[in-house]
Design a protein around this ligand. Structure first.
Ligand SMILES: [Zn+2]
Length: 328
């Protein structure tokens, strides 16, 4: 996947930070232990000298086989002595070795596979997470939680349709909390419907936060913002971030589109929304959509084709009550 230089630089910076932290920790520990046990320092120096001698002997060819054998034995004995000093003093054998976040690549981002240097999975994930973070900056994830959702704002009296908002919202809150708790890549999508100010954004942000904490990549964007950005990039002259944005929208584990239907709908945005949604559903990846519109209204704004995919792949949760912002 192609990333912009900015994403690439940011991800590389994080990777270098991980690697340097592991190496700095080793230096710190060595300093401490070498002053307590100077023999460790001597052994390390001697091992370095043996390494240099070994390299020389290899260059000298076959006549050096006996010498090499001797050097190897000496080296193994010293390594064992080094480990013994550590363990006898209550340290783990590998106490002075770097502990990288990724053992496969030692936090370099690259591994050797069948004589080829390839990008390590950890670096791919870091790039994809960094791209998600960049997108999330458009609508920053505030710290909404299920605990801070105030059910007290919802009336316990029946509304004009005979439904009790409080009871409905207790169910919806539980449903969303269970959804986040049990989230997996095979989760269904959610369609959160209802007027403005009924808590759709709050609950979808709470889902986002919990799913992120479970280690999944989540992109949370407002539909009007992301669609206008995509449209600008689509018609941009020269370098465009459109591909990268689309990739993040399609690749993340969970995509949350807030405020769908409030954007200025054009042929471009209508097609883009359908494509994003359709590609994710085909790939079995969940989407959460928040909208003030009903399914019928969405069908008029977009297409029936879109709403039929939407309703067949998402659970519908209809928020009811009075705009809680008016009650604050
Ligand atoms: Zn790695």
């Amino acid at each position: 996947m192609a990333y912009s230089k900015k994403i690439f630089d940011k991800a590389t910076e994080k990777l270098n930070f991980r690697r340097n932290s592991a190496l700095n920790m080793v230096e710190y520990r060595k300093k401490e232990l070498y002053s307590a046990f100077p023999r460790l320092n001597e052994i390390e120096k001697t091992l370095g000298e043996i390494g240099a001698q070994t390299a020389k002997s290899v260059l000298n060819g076959s006549s050096a086989i006996d010498e090499l054998k001797l050097l190897k034995e000496k080296s193994i004995a010293l390594q064992n002595e080094y480990k013994a000093i550590l363990t006898e003093n209550g340290y783990a054998e590998d106490y002075l070795e770097p502990h990288f976040s990724c053992e496969k690549c030692g936090d370099t981002g690259y591994v050797e596979l069948e004589n080829k240097t390839v990008t390590c999975e950890c670096y791919k994930k870091l790039l994809s997470d960094t791209a998600c973070e960049e997108l999330n900056k458009i609508s920053p994830l505030s710290l909404s939680t299920f605990d801070s959702f105030e059910l007290g704002y919802y009336s316990g009296n029946p509304d004009e349709n005979g439904k009790i908002p409080y009871n409905r919202m207790v169910k919806i809150l539980k449903h969303c909390a269970d959804y986040a708790h049990n989230f997996s890549l095979s989760s269904k999508g959610l369609l959160l419907m209802g007027s403005t100010g009924l808590g759709k954004t709050h609950l979808s942000l709470a889902i986002a936060n919990e799913v992120i904490q479970k280690g999944y990549s989540v992109v949370y964007v407002s539909a009007p913002d992301i669609l206008s950005k995509l449209e600008r990039e689509h018609f941009a002259y020269g370098y465009s971030e459109k591909e990268q944005i689309m990739n993040s929208l399609l690749d993340c584990d969970l995509l949350i589109l807030d405020d769908l239907g409030t954007e200025f709908v054009t042929q471009f945005t209508s097609t883009a929304i359908y494509n994003i949604f359709n590609s994710r559903i085909n790939a079995g990846k969940p989407v959460i959509i928040n909208t003030n519109l009903t399914v019928d209204e969405l069908g008029k704004v977009y297409t029936k084709r879109f709403t039929s995919r939407l309703t067949s792949s998402c659970e519908q949760l209809e928020f009811i009550g009075r705009d809680i912002r008016a009650l604050l």
